[in-house]
Each structure stands twice: as structure tokens, then as C-alpha cells.
Design a binder for this molecule. Structure first.
Ligand SMILES: NC(=O)c1ccc[n+]([C@@H]2O[C@H](COP(=O)([O-])OP(=O)(O)OC[C@H]3O[C@@H](n4cnc5c(N)ncnc54)[C@H](O)[C@@H]3O)[C@@H](O)[C@H]2O)c1
Length: 253
């Protein structure tokens, strides 16, 4: 898939990994629909990126908003080639705290609703739009990239909800790729390690240094541009399909 001229739909596109992907697409001659919360910086980013970007305010956990926003991106640009599901939340709570408090069930449900059900809902509408694309030389019509986490594989204490939601995205990869093969649509999943994004906002310097030290090499936090470069390679290398890729500098949590 050529990046120049491609249309991306990026959830969580206002910040961090999603914003890095939106910038990459526009810098390389593509266009992008940025889907993010109304309170996000999505409108400002779309303004900055100009006519090649459009912002759709949406909560990915709300099905009516998801359908409306994916359809509006497809209508605005006439197609969708790549869908990147980067919207996510990572609340922390132990199943039973030291004080004996139960993990709030609402927190578990909300995490799964946004990270898992929201991603699935967005991609099912996005692949419907991709299915209308003319096939490329090898029959390709599109690509879905879901953002999981190293916590899908090595969740920490307090990450039950987050790891459950992200682990399900890993498990979804192969059946989605098999389902969508008849349409020439590929599916890839990324498990980032520790990335320097909005998710690390509020983490103090000492903790940042400890997190950085978990990266074996290179000894730095991941950047949105590292993630965007991986998405670009997924787009360009059409043999990549049905696979989960760690982007984590050899970190094992
Ligand atoms: N930062 C890390 O270290 C790290 C590591 C592994 C995985 N991830 C995953 O990467 C993805 C991107 O996160 P990030 O690190 O760029 O963080 P971020 O906080 O910078 O970006 C997340 C974006 O998702 C949006 N969002 C949250 N809830 C939403 C909802 N209901 N509807 C629409 N948009 C919503 C936020 O507004 C925000 O713009 C997430 O899925 C996260 O779980 C991040």
C-alpha cells in the first residue's frame, strides 16, 4: 500500500501514538481522519495539518457516534485505506486492595468498552468502507492496526482491566486477519513498551527514569514517531498480516 494518497482513520489521533501516526500520514502525502474525544486536542491538530486532516469528535465506546464518525471520514475523503485504533485508557486498581476495597466493576467495564469493544466497533465500520476500494496489484484493499500493549503479555499488579482489554486485542489479530482475507484487508497488532505520550503525563522524573531503565536497548522511552514508522512499514509491506509486533526495545515487564 502506498502511503502517498492513502486515507487513514486514527482513533486517539489527537495525542501520543495516534497523533504521531496522523502527522506521518500527512507528511508522507496521505490524508487522515482524526477521531478523538471532543475535549481532546484533535481540532487543533487538524487545523495544523490543514486540508489533509479532518477531526471527528467521538467517544469510541458509543456505537452511534462511532458509526457516524467513520462514515463521515469515508465520505469526506471518499475512501479509507488504513484504520489505526490507538484510543485507549489505562486506569489502575487491584482486584482487592490492601484496604480490602474491590476493583470497581464500572472501571473494568469502561476499560474493556473503550480499549476492546470500541476498537472492534471502529474497525468493523472502517473495513466496510475499505471493502469498496479497488483492489491493489495483490488484491489488497486496506489495513487495520490495533494498539495493544506489553501489558497484554506481562501485565503488572493493578492492570487486570487494562491487560484483559489489551490481551483480547492480541487474540483478535489472527481471526480478524482470516475473516478479512476475502476482502484483501490485513490486520496487524502492536504491543508498545513504554512510550513518551500523554499516558505518562503526571509521572515524576524519578519514575520516568526507572521506566526508561526497563528498556534494554536503546535506553530511551519510545516516541510517537517510532510507532508511526512501524505503521508506515505495515502499510508498505503487504506480506505482513495477522501478526503481533512488540515495539519495546527488548523490555520484559
Ligand atoms: N504510552 C505507553 O507507554 C503505551 C504503552 C503501551 C500501549 N499504549 C497504548 O497506546 C495507545 C495510545 O496511547 P498513548 O500512549 O498515545 O496515550 P495518549 O493518552 O497520549 O493518547 C490516547 C488518546 O486516546 C483518546 N481517548 C481516550 N479515551 C477515548 C475514547 N473513549 N474515545 C476516543 N478517544 C479516546 C485520548 O483522548 C487520547 O487522545 C493506547 O491504546 C494505549 O493503551 C501506550
Amino acid at each position: 500500500m502506498r502511503i502517498e494518497g492513502a486515507v487513514g482513520l486514527v482513533t486517539g489521533g489527537a495525542s501520543g501514538l495516534g497523533a504521531g501516526t496522523a502527522r506521518m500520514l500527512v507528511e508522507r502525502g496521505g490524508r487522515v481522519g482524526i477521531l478523538d474525544l471532543p475535549s481532546s486536542a484533535g481540532a487543533a491538530l487538524a487545523d495544523e495539518l490543514g486540508d489533509a486532516a479532518v477531526f471527528c469528535p467521538v467517544d469510541v465506546a458509543l456505537a452511534d457516534q462511532v458509526e457516524r464518525s467513520v462514515v463521515s471520514v469515508a465520505e469526506h475523503f471518499g475512501r479509507i485505506d488504513v484504520c489505526v485504533n490507538a484510543a485507549g485508557i489505562s486506569p489502575a486498581a487491584r482486584v482487592l486492595s490492601r484496604k480490602g476495597e474491590l476493583h470497581p466493576l464500572d472501571m473494568f467495564r469502561r476499560t474493556v468498552d473503550i480499549n476492546l469493544v470500541g476498537a472492534f466497533d471502529v474497525l468493523r465500520h472502517a473495513v466496510a468502507a475499505m471493502s469498496r476500494n479497488d483492489p491493489g496489484p495483490d488484491g489488497g484493499r486496506g489495513l487495520v492496526v490495533n494498539v495493544s500493549s506489553a501489558a497484554a503479555l506481562e501485565g503488572q499488579a493493578g492492570q487486570a482491566a487494562y491487560s484483559a482489554s489489551k490481551g483480547a486485542l492480541v487474540a483478535l489479530t489472527l481471526p480478524l486477519a482470516r475473516d478479512l482475507a476475502i476482502w484483501g484487508i490485513r490486520v496487524m497488532t502492536v504491543c508498545p513498551g513504554i512510550m513518551d505520550t500523554g499516558m505518562l503525563a503526571g509521572v515524576d522524573e524519578k519514575r520516568r527514569a526507572a521506566l526508561t531503565d526497563l528498556h534494554v536497548f536503546p535506553k530511551r522511552l519510545g516516541r510517537p514517531s517510532d510507532f508511526a514508522a512501524l505503521v508506515a512499514s505495515f502499510m508498505e509491506n503487504e506480506l505482513l498480516n495477522g501478526e503481533v509486533v512488540r515495539l519495546d526495545a527488548a523490555t520484559r515487564l
